[in-house]
Design a protein around this ligand. Structure first.
Ligand SMILES: [Zn+2]
Length: 433
């Protein structure tokens, strides 16, 4: 349930109850009607323009919230400063009682930040998001705002459809990734995904059942062994496929780790570090989110396949333990060193098939986007950087795709980060497996 956004070309428009100005400082605000009341504050309180403040105005909206991006000229400044500022500004407007804020983004440096408007809109929408648990349990609180207006010229008008599609994807991603281990246990993820992609053009295929997993995905089956005895926790592998109109020139493939709860298994996460492990499914959540955006944007000539490996790493009499030897789908025998490193390695494809179909594969874990490799041994677990070392024991040596992968690694990393950001996960919660 994404918040509605609408374009507005005039800050004097009626129908809005707050104007949220996003800019590095008050001097950067171009519109005189907005600048004057803001300047009156910073004239007596210079510190105010470093943060967020609210002033009354004679404009129909009656209040203006200023939210600073901070300076944008340092080496490490990036476009997320706009997202943070828009989110804080809209949150402040909501706290003030606004139901329909109008966002005005000032970006003087189009060259450095060409996506500032889109990212600001996404930040504003993030502030208006209501978690699925709240929407379901307290329906009267399912909306924080009626809509968000976006001020700008025709160029800004042109980005709104894309921003809306990205936000839909982010909502799907947040709903699945952020929800608790019971609401988004694997069977309920399946239910949510089926509903989300109903009549969307994205094909949903679900694989389930421990005996099927043992045959098709033996590593995943090992993780699912304890959970499979509890039907409501039993795992699911969900494949999502988008087929474009016209010929397929490129195929993108994403695999997302969807550990609906990671206790660590018998290598149990002790000492209070287990809290938050319902978010070990953010990779799978991001796959669903990206597929949602794809289903709305309908890119041409690109086929997109997403796999969500949803399984719970439970502890119990059936749990797998260290020292077990499991033969993976690829026929590789793996001795389990630590049950806290759940395996989704079966999703590798053969080099030949990847080359033939021009497939680029991405693997996500905690939603922070990573490069991926068709070989086993890297990319499949979150947090750990893939070793840039051909002697890594898990990797077949000198494979053609590995070399290609190394060449394209940097680019894939960048694209992965963009994807993760689009799906709403700015940074990993913590570094772990
Ligand atoms: Zn994990």
């Amino acid at each position: 349930m994404a918040t509605n956004i609408e374009f507005c070309g005039d800050v004097k428009s009626a129908g809005y109850d707050a104007i949220v100005v996003v800019a590095p400082n008050v001097s950067a605000v171009a519109n005189a009607d907005l600048k004057a009341p803001l300047k009156a504050v910073v004239d007596v309180d210079k510190k105010a323009e470093n943060g967020v403040f609210l002033v009354p105005t004679s404009l129909p909206a009656k209040r203006i919230v200023f939210s600073s991006t901070g300076p944008l000229d340092k080496d490490f400044d990036d476009v997320r400063s706009f997202e943070d500022a828009a989110e804080k500004g809209v949150s402040r407007a909501i706290e003030a009682g606004a139901k329909k804020p109008l966002v005005v983004c000032h970006n003087k440096d189009e060259k450095s930040f060409p996506n500032a408007a889109t990212v600001s809109v996404l930040g504003a929408l993030k502030a208006a998001y209501v978690p699925i648990e709240v929407r379901e349990a307290v329906p009267e609180k399912s909306k924080q705002v009626d809509a968000i207006g976006v001020f700008g010229d025709d160029k800004v008008k042109g980005i709104l459809e894309r921003a809306k599609a990205l936000e839909w994807g982010r909502v799907v991603s947040r709903d699945i990734g952020g929800s608790d281990p019971e609401r988004m246990a694997a069977p309920r993820i399946e239910e949510y995904v089926r509903k989300t992609f109903e009549n969307s053009g994205v094909k949903v295929e679900v694989i389930k059942g421990q005996s099927t997993f043992e045959k098709e995905y033996p590593c995943l089956a090992a993780v699912n062994r304890a959970a499979s005895s509890v039907p409501r926790h039993d795992g699911r592998v969900i494949w999502l496929t988008y087929e474009p109109e016209g010929p397929v020139e490129k195929t993108l493939m994403m695999v997302g780790k969807g550990i609906t709860y990671d206790t660590g298994g018998a290598d149990i996460k002790a000492g209070g570090i287990m809290a938050g492990m319902s978010r070990d499914k953010c990779g799978a959540a991001d796959v669903a989110g990206v597929m949602k955006a794809v289903s709305l944007l309908k890119p041409k000539n690109v086929k997109v396949i997403g796999a969500m490996a949803c399984v719970r790493n439970s502890v119990g009499e059936e749990c797998y333990v260290s020292d077990e030897i499991i033969t993976s789908r690829a026929g590789v025998r793996i001795r389990v060193g630590n049950t806290d490193a759940e395996v989704i390695k079966e999703f590798r494809l053969s080099e030949a098939s990847l080359i033939k179909h021009k497939v680029r594969l991405y693997v996500g874990s905690h939603g922070h986007g990573r490069r991926a490799c068709p070989h086993e041994g890297e990319g499949s677990e979150g947090g750990e950087p893939a070793p840039d070392d051909d002697r890594h024991p898990d990797r077949p040596r000198g494979g053609l795709l590995w070399r290609l992968h190394r060449r394209h690694g940097q680019r894939a990393r960048q694209e992965g980060a963009v994807r993760a950001e689009a799906a709403g996960h700015r940074r990993p919660l913590r570094r772990h497996v």
